[in-house]
Write a protein that binds this ligand. Structure first.
Ligand code: ZN
Length: 286
């Protein structure tokens, strides 16, 4: 029997990435910057433009999508996008079926990242697995032995918007001191005049930076007691320069009485955690 082909789509606030898997092998991959002013119509046109030749060439029938914003996993609709206008209740799955003739399954990108790392990356065999991304924003996903945990209406693990510094600086969401406000990439330029890739080379800066980050992760451990936390997104690429001080800070902050496992590692699939997760999603592993 010939291997099946799966289309994988990662819709982010800064870039759109598409790939084709033959079985469990990534054989095509294209990434392009997101035109934020274009909204869902631009995104839909780009996906169709890039994927149409693949759909014909490989007879693709299934697709997995990680969307960079809240998704109702039950109704399979985008709820909204916090970074791009026009996505309110957008039915992307139906639009792709109409334009490409392909059936899709969609989830929030951080949930899909949890699937990718959980089945193919740094979280293999670790359950419950908490996946967190630190890039433009911060988000999370929880993969348990019985699959993804979405919560009542799909907002579980939106860890970026819990306060880690009471009365801290105001976040885009309107609250103060959110984990995302203190640690996400979008704020580096505004707060420090330099991107994260430069700032995180300074050990003194990193010592300060990991304090609110460790607080957020400590809360995650206290609530969820995961077997492992995998951190993806651009900032996780800082490697040991970030993870060594982060682990030290976490052991300082986590109370001595707790015997909870503290296992925090970078993502293994680099920029493709969500593509690999989309493969799992499209093939019913969620
Ligand atoms: Zn917030």
């Amino acid at each position: 029997m010939p291997a099946t082909h799966t289309l994988a789509v990662d819709i982010g606030g800064t870039k759109l990435t598409l790939g084709v898997f033959r079985g469990e092998q990534l054989i095509e991959r294209v990434s392009t910057p997101t035109d934020r002013s274009g909204g869902p119509q631009w995104m839909l046109n780009e996906i169709v433009r890039i994927a149409s030749p693949w759909v014909r060439q490989y007879s693709i029938e299934r697709c997995g999508i990680g969307f960079g914003g809240p998704v109702n996993s039950r109704t399979q609709q985008v709820i909204c996008s916090t970074h791009v206008e026009g996505w309110l209740n957008f039915d992307l799955v139906a639009a792709l079926k109409a334009r490409l003739g392909v059936s899709s399954v969609m989830d929030r990108d951080t949930m899909v990242g949890a699937l990718g790392e959980g089945f193919y990356g740094a979280g293999r065999g670790a359950r419950p697995l908490f996946y967190m991304t630190i890039s433009t924003g911060i988000g999370g996903g929880l993969l348990t032995d019985s699959g993804l945990y979405h919560g009542y209406d799909s907002f579980a693990c939106e860890i970026g918007h819990h306060a880690v510094v009471p009365d801290g600086p105001e976040c885009l969401c309107g609250a103060r001191g959110c984990l995302e406000r203190l640690c996400a990439g979008i704020w580096f330029e505004r707060d420090y005049g330099q991107p994260a890739s430069i700032k995180l080379r300074d050990p003194e800066f990193v010592k300060q930076y990991v304090r609110p980050l460790a607080r957020g992760l400590k809360n995650c451990i206290m609530f969820l007691n995961p077997a492992r936390i995998v951190i993806g997104g651009g900032i996780s690429k800082a490697g040991d320069a970030l993870f060594t001080p982060l682990r030290e800070e976490m052991s300082r902050q986590i109370p001595a009485w707790s015997r909870a496992t503290v296992d925090v590692v970078p993502a293994a699939l680099a920029d493709d955690s969500i593509l690999w997760g989309a493969l799992a999603l499209a093939n019913g592993r969620y």
